[in-house]
Write a protein of this length. Structure first.
Ligand SMILES: Cc1cc2nc3c(=O)[nH]c(=O)nc-3n(C[C@H](O)[C@H](O)[C@H](O)COP(=O)(O)OP(=O)(O)OC[C@H]3O[C@@H](n4cnc5c(N)ncnc54)[C@H](O)[C@@H]3O)c2cc1C
Length: 223
């Protein structure tokens, strides 16, 4: 249901940009695109994280739940910024919402879930007709309602996010959201495809073992 739209301000050639920025500090010429690309790869493989902060990602996330966006907001490294759809100005009488797979697989559960959402919607309309302002009715909206954010952050933040949110212990909707981001970035350029294939990995792939208390078993525990 969710959708990721990559905005044109996103860096198109992230690896080459890293190489160009690093070249300035290494006293190298930055005129040769091939050398820039190679230097960028070297910075990535060497783990020189500051250089990754020059790569900009701007995107719209829409149709994901307010709940997963609440988790999205915990990734604050590098001071990302964002705007979220207003609950004061937008009419949520007919709000969209996310239906979890555990609910969808059983018609009875799905019916109960949708009935609860419908009831909230009815109450919203009722209060609106009674003259309560939208900003106050918004308090009854569920965390499962769909929202929209426009977001700006750097590559280093996304790499770090991937380690937490591609982990099997992360909330399923966040894992889906991160997969959607990877798919959308892959479409931007071959350099982004390389980044999504090589830099976006769960934390166990970095450390070679699982750091979570309750492991999924993909990697051995450290002790
Ligand atoms: C399985 C799972 C369960 C979770 N459960 C909960 C929960 O119940 N409640 C909850 O609130 N959150 C929960 N979280 C979110 C988690 O606690 C973090 O808020 C989230 O992972 C983002 O923080 P971060 O440090 O990973 O990323 P960022 O904030 O983006 O930080 C990235 C890196 O930057 C550095 N950094 C960032 N800020 C600072 C700083 N102030 N000082 C020094 N260095 C800094 C650190 O090296 C950090 O690793 C959960 C996450 C997972 C994956």
């Amino acid at each position: 249901m969710g959708k990721v739209i990559i905005l044109p301000e996103t860096t198109k050639d992230p690896i080459s940009l890293i190489g160009r920025r690093a070249g300035i500090c290494w006293g190298s010429s930055t005129d040769d695109p091939e050398k820039n690309y190679k230097r960028g790869l070297d910075c990535i493989r060497s783990g020189h994280g500051r250089t990754w902060e020059f790569v900009n990602v701007e995107m719209v996330l829409e149709g994901y739940s307010a709940r997963v966006i609440r988790e999205w907001y915990t990734h604050i490294g590098g001071s990302p910024t964002r705007l979220q759809a207003s609950t004061r100005y937008i009419d949520y009488g007919e709000f969209e919402y996310v239906v979890p797979r555990s609910v969808k697989k059983d018609p009875e559960k799905e019916e109960a879930y949708r009935a609860a959402m419908h009831e909230i919607s009815e109450a919203y309309r009722h209060l609106q007709d009674a003259g309560v302002p939208k900003e106050d009715i918004a308090n009854i909206l569920p965390l499962g309602m769909a929202t929209r954010v426009v977001d700006k952050r750097n590559l280093r933040n996304l790499v770090d996010m991937s380690h937490q949110r591609m982990c099997a212990r992360a909330y399923w909707e966040y894992r889906d959201l991160f997969r959607d981001i990877c798919a959308a970035l892959r479409e931007v350029s071959d350099e982004w495809a390389w980044i999504t294939d090589h830099m976006f990995v769960p934390k166990c792939e970095l450390s070679g073992f699982c750091t979570e208390t309750r492991s999924c078993g993909r990697m051995p525990k450290k002790h």
